[in-house]
Design a binder for this molecule. Structure first.
Ligand code: HEC
Ligand code: HEC
Ligand code: HEC
Ligand code: HEC
Length: 342
């Protein structure tokens, strides 16, 4: 009897410890950012904030180079988009992108050292398109990136491949194979914040343009234009995307929504509108820039279904409400601000 009691006590102590292991050690700070009484609070822990701050520092930009002298387009043989820069400016751009994307490998990550004009390495072909993509973000998506803008560093952070990209996941069957397909859910997947929500919210919303909707427009309207066409499936996917957005920015739902009505734009914060543009921007980057590069990338860079790595909110944000806490790195690189003629 005694032994049994002892065992039971041990088990319960173990259970409590296991439960508490899921909790965060205080202090927890709450900041109110909506109108009083709306409960639009941001919860954070100074310890995890300190870690994030250290990880999101922008590197110093190289000193500006002189615009004088002959143009790169006139001197070099195979310059298709940066030809208007002076040779000095062009060299500064090359040194900067090396620092941002291939600091260990250096120039030869993209170039054949014997002939810099050659396009023989796929990385150079990709990099040329990436320059155009960066120009497009900075010049065409100001509703999202404002004057902060982006450089290669925003996504790459010194890595050949950005730390946060996504692929279409392979089809998953239940373990015993009898129940058939998992229907894209039920895995406690990291992409859905360890919930059992659908683990691929990216394909429908950040590549395809599925409606991000939970509520109907009218109460009880079963037919006609106002009918609630939102299925449970669509609802699950919407929540999964919202978990991804919150995690990518390191914020709670109330950073954008008033929980009185998740749908109502009037009661949302302006940040929700910025996010709306962000969703459209991510779609464009994936469809117009990354997907067309699929065959340029070697097979070993492809996902389980043969698709190219794609962008989501986390690719730029990396856990912070503004990438690199809003450091205005891009302003030091005017060549990345305007769309070059092709
Ligand atoms: C991440 C890929 C990448 C890295 C790393 C890189 N470059 Fe480039 N480089 C390019 C691209 C893309 C072009 C073509 C630009 C264009 O078409 O406007 C280019 C073009 C050039 C050219 C013009 C060659 C010609 O005759 O057409 C020179 C010179 C050059 N790079 C030098 C360098 C040097 C020096 C380094 C190292 C400090 C370097 N590059 C690192 C991608 C890269
Ligand atoms: C919005 C995010 C984003 C920005 C900004 C960005 N990239 Fe990329 N980059 C990606 C993604 C996503 C991939 C795909 C990785 C893959 O398929 O393996 C990639 C791949 C690459 C690769 C191929 C690397 C490899 O080893 O396969 C190169 C080179 C590259 N980028 C250069 C650049 C340069 C240069 C810039 C700035 C002019 C830039 N990128 C800006 C997201 C970005
Ligand atoms: C960074 C801002 C942001 C955060 C954080 C965010 N949302 Fe959203 N949410 C949006 C935007 C933008 C839309 C509308 C998307 C569209 O229409 O393209 C939306 C739509 C929704 C909808 C659909 C409303 C309708 O019209 O049917 C629900 C429900 C929702 N969010 C719930 C949540 C929940 C729950 C969380 C936290 C897990 C969350 N959101 C976090 C920006 C955000
Ligand atoms: C190409 C990089 C990039 C991608 C991808 C991206 N963002 Fe952003 N985002 C930025 C930049 C840069 C800013 C800073 C703009 C500024 O200074 O006002 C920003 C700002 C925001 C803000 C405003 C924050 C504030 O406090 O004012 C929200 C909200 C946001 N992004 C949500 C999203 C969501 C949601 C996604 C994915 C659907 C996304 N972003 C994808 C680059 C990106």
């Amino acid at each position: 009897m005694r032994n049994m009691l002892k065992t039971l006590t041990l088990i319960s102590v173990g259970l409590v410890a296991a439960l508490l292991a899921g909790c965060e050690r205080p202090p927890i700070e709450a900041v109110q950012n909506g109108y009083r009484g709306t409960g639009q609070e941001q919860i954070s822990n100074p310890r995890s904030t300190a870690v994030k701050v250290a990880l999101n520092v922008a590197p110093a930009s190289l000193d500006a180079a002189s615009p004088e002298g002959p143009k790169a387009g006139a001197i070099y043989q195979n310059v298709k988009i940066l030809g208007d820069l002076s040779v000095a400016q062009f060299s500064r751009t090359m040194a900067s992108i090396t620092q941002w994307v291939a600091p260990k490998e250096g120039c030869t990550y993209c170039h054949n050292a014997a002939n810099f004009a050659e396009d023989s390495k796929y990385t150079k072909v990709v990099a040329r398109r990436m320059i155009q993509m960066t120009q497009r973000v900075n010049s065409g998506w100001k509703q999202h990136v404002a004057e902060t803008g982006v450089t290669c560093y925003t996504c790459h952070r010194g890595n050949n491949i950005p730390a946060n990209v996504w692929f279409a996941p392979k089809d998953r069957k239940y373990e015993n194979g009898l129940l058939g397909d998992l229907a894209g859910r039920g895995l406690a997947a990291p992409s859905a914040g360890l919930t059992s929500l659908p683990f691929d919210p990216y394909t429908p919303f950040l590549k395809d343009s599925a409606e991000i909707r939970v509520n109907g427009k009218e109460a009880l309207a079963a037919t006609g234009a106002d009918a609630n066409r939102s299925s449970l499936n669509q609802t699950d996917h919407t929540y999964s995307l919202m978990v991804h957005m919150s995690e990518s920015l390191g914020v709670n739902c109330t950073y954008c929504h008033n929980t009185r009505s998740f749908q109502s734009w009037e009661q949302s914060r302006p940040q929700r509108a910025t996010a709306w543009y962000g969703i459209r921007m991510a779609r464009e980057l994936n469809n117009d820039y990354l997907v067309p590069l699929t065959d340029t990338f070697p097979d070993y860079r492809h996902g389980p279904k043969g698709d190219v790595a794609k962008v989501n909110c986390k690719t730029c944000h990396q856990g912070v409400f503004k990438p690199l806490y809003g450091a205005q790195m891009a302003k030091d690189f005017p060549e990345l601000q305007v769309l070059a003629k092709q």
